[in-house]
Design a protein around this ligand. Structure first.
Ligand code: NAD
Length: 264
């Protein structure tokens, strides 16, 4: 542990369980002295999120469905009553109908295209419009993306299109909020076995492929993502904004991996 985040307060959105990327990030921030609040989607998750928050000394656990403007307003109204400012925010939220996270992209329905873009892309912009009002210079925001935004990955389909839009919105938000000294970045995480990922077709195969073909020859953990998130959200990342930072064991730089067997 360290004191990088001592005196800083932040909101973590998208914690579902102890496999969540949000959990890896929350642990790193707490370990660095941050004070945390959490938002969760739906009553079913409340009883999962509350004990996890308690482990990180937080009892500020609030409902928010990012598909609803009223729900986002309610979250920030409550937060404003409790805290006079916000130093950082983590958006670790995505959604698509899992029946469309397999098969062909071309078969994506209009309805699920709109829902996927709404929950996975627009929600970050909607949240930042509220968050900026509580933020002062030196504050930072972070969202989560995936390599399927840049290159074809099997089954990622409409989610890849949504992540491309999310990465573009990170750049536009960086410009808008940069004038007020607020930084906005994304982490492009390698595949990690979480609740959301379990909806993606052949996910075990994708994990194996990443393990065999990345320069580090392993998959990343939620703790790896947490470490990089800490850098981007702390003053160490003070000169970084609009960036999509890959935490993927180097997978995104590989054209063809070196053959490990010496006789081939
Ligand atoms: P997760 O299932 O633990 O987290 C996803 C979260 O999104 C859940 O907490 C869920 O409640 C929340 N959510 C969905 N719809 C919502 C709504 N309408 N309102 C509020 N919250 C809502 O899975 P995760 O893998 O930790 O996902 C976090 C982020 O990381 C997502 O954006 C995901 O796309 C991204 N990501 C995941 C991987 C991976 O391999 N797991 C890789 C790169 C990026």
């Amino acid at each position: 542990s360290n004191t990088l985040m001592a005196g800083k307060r932040g909101l973590i959105m998208g914690l579902a369980n102890d496999k969540s990327i949000a959990w890896g990030i929350a642990k790193a921030l707490h370990g660095a002295g941050a004070e945390l609040a959490f938002s969760y989607q739906g009553d079913a998750l409340k009883k999962r999120v509350e004990p996890l928050a308690a482990q990180l000394d937080s009892d500020l656990v609030l409902p928010c469905d990012v598909g609803s403007e009223e729900s986002i307003d309610e979250l920030f109204n409550t937060l404003k009553e409790k805290w006079d400012g916000l130093d950082f925010i983590v958006h670790a939220i995505g959604f698509s109908d899992k029946s469309e996270l397999r098969g062909r992209y071309v078969d994506t329905t209009r309805g699920n295209f709109i829902t996927t873009m709404d929950i996975s892309v627009y929600s970050f912009t909607a949240v930042m419009r509220r968050a900026e009002k509580m933020m002062s210079p030196g504050s930072a925001a972070l969202t989560l993306t995936y390599y399927g935004a840049e290159r074809i990955m099997p089954h990622y389909n409409v989610m890849g299109v949504a992540k491309a839009a999310l990465e573009a919105s990170v750049r536009y938000l960086a410009e808008d909020l940069g004038k007020d000294g607020i930084r906005v970045n994304a982490i492009s995480a390698g595949p990690i076995k979480t609740l959301a990922a379990s909806g993606i077709g052949d996910f075990r195969y994708i994990m194996k492929w990443n393990e065999y073909n990345s320069p580090l020859r392993r998959n990343v953990t939620i703790e790896d993502v947490g470490g990089s998130a800490l850098y981007l959200l702390s003053d160490l990342g003070g000169g970084v904004t609009g960036e999509t930072h890959h935490v993927d064991a180097g997978y995104h730089v590989v054209g063809m991996k070196a053959v490990d067997a010496p006789d081939i």
